[in-house]
Design a protein around this ligand. Structure first.
Ligand code: ADE
Ligand code: ZN
Length: 347
């Protein structure tokens, strides 16, 4: 049994995790909406929230499953109305990320959750994009933007969302698939992902969070997914694990999300180490950090503690995220150089 405590104190191990140059590959911008900001935006925009106070809203963050979370997530999104709101939401995340030594982030947003409330696609993406441009210049964080299709809406609505996105094609790196997974297999979206690929967009998809391994096969074979978001249920299918390992398909794993949505009963039961031992390119991410009790560093700290990860395993997870990111080789080398520097400065 390996332990971080074998050759260093828990404190220095935690400090190492805090200081490592990290990459975030699975984060929903709308999932960074903290209750304080939700209330401030509600007041500014004249939107009434069902909860009287920040504390009562926060105390509603107890979820049975993915759907019970999504119900509150979509409800709270109602406070986001103007370009300035989307700018502030994104800026707040980037400032926090900079403080956590996150050096590159690939961010999801859910345009259909806004356009269906009458907020134009352009309002959403203009606000986000402005914050990303500024974040790169003043915080030094490189970013990519991925628009997700809501899989519990129709294929036709996804196709309409893609059409609305095309004038902003250059601001996007790719498309993803999210929202309620069970009963909404990737196969329904084959044609819209083909159309996105024809535009040169990269492809990721949530699969195998609550849904079965078949959804991961479909995401790979029918959508052309290059990364699988979550994917933890792949372990139920050895042939699928072999395929993911052989093709180096990364998994963006989100430990605190899995705990809060009851995908796992406890972090001690989380299958992360099994994924690594199976030769998979697993990465650590935060999903919807405002709702799940922690941002990226918190996810690393919690899973490292629960599984008694070694320093080498943590470094592997960080390096996996460099490999899995949609970045060019010079940027990958820069991150690797920063990692070496950080490791040298932490004996
Ligand atoms: N949308 C926001 N968070 C999600 C998650 N964890 N799974 C599916 N859809 C989501
Ligand atoms: Zn997610």
């Amino acid at each position: 049994m390996t332990s971080p405590n074998d050759d260093e104190t828990p404190r220095s191990f935690e400090e190492l995790i805090r200081r490592l140059p990290k990459v975030e590959l699975h984060l929903h911008l709308e999932g960074t909406l903290e209750p304080e900001m939700a209330f401030a935006l509600a007041e500014r925009n004249g939107v009434r929230l069902r909860f009287p106070t920040v504390e009562t809203l926060r105390s509603a963050y107890a979820f049975r499953d993915l759907q019970s979370f999504l119900d509150l997530y979509y409800e709270s999104i109602a406070v986001l109305r103007t370009e300035r709101d989307f700018y502030q939401l994104t800026r707040a995340y980037l400032e926090r990320a900079a403080g956590e030594h996150i050096r590159h982030a690939e961010l999801f947003f859910d345009p259909q959750s806004h356009t269906r409330r009458g907020v134009p696609f352009g309002t959403v993406i203009e606000g986000i994009h402005q914050a990303l441009v500024e974040g790169e210049s003043d915080l030094g964080i490189t970013t990519r933007l991925i628009m997700c299709f809501l899989r519990d809406l129709s294929y036709k609505e996804a196709a309409a969302a893609l059409r609305e996105a095309l004038p902003y094609r250059e601001w996007l790196i790719g498309v993803g698939l999210d929202s309620a997974e069970l009963g909404h297999p990737p196969s329904a979206f084959t044609a819209v992902f083909a159309a996105a690929r024809a535009q040169g967009l990269r492809v990721v998809a949530h699969a195998g969070e609550e849904g079965p391994p078949e959804y991961i096969w479909e995401a790979l074979d029918l959508l052309g997914a290059e990364r699988i978001d979550h994917g933890v249920r792949c372990l139920e299918d050895p042939a699928l694990v072999s395929r993911l390992a052989a093709e180096h398909v990364p998994l963006t794993v989100c430990p605190l999300s899995n705990l809060h949505l009851r995908v796992v009963a406890s972090l001690e039961d989380h299958p992360l180490r099994s994924l690594l031992e199976a030769g998979l390119c697993a990465t650590i991410n935060s999903d919807d950090p405002a709702y799940f009790g922690g941002y990226l560093t918190d996810n690393f700290l919690a899973i490292a503690r629960a599984l008694r990860l070694t320093r080498a395993e943590v470094v592997t997870l960080v390096r996996n995220s460099y490999q899995a990111a949609f970045i060019d080789e010079p940027r990958r080398r820069q991150l690797e150089d920063e990692l070496i520097t950080a490791l040298r400065s932490m004996p």
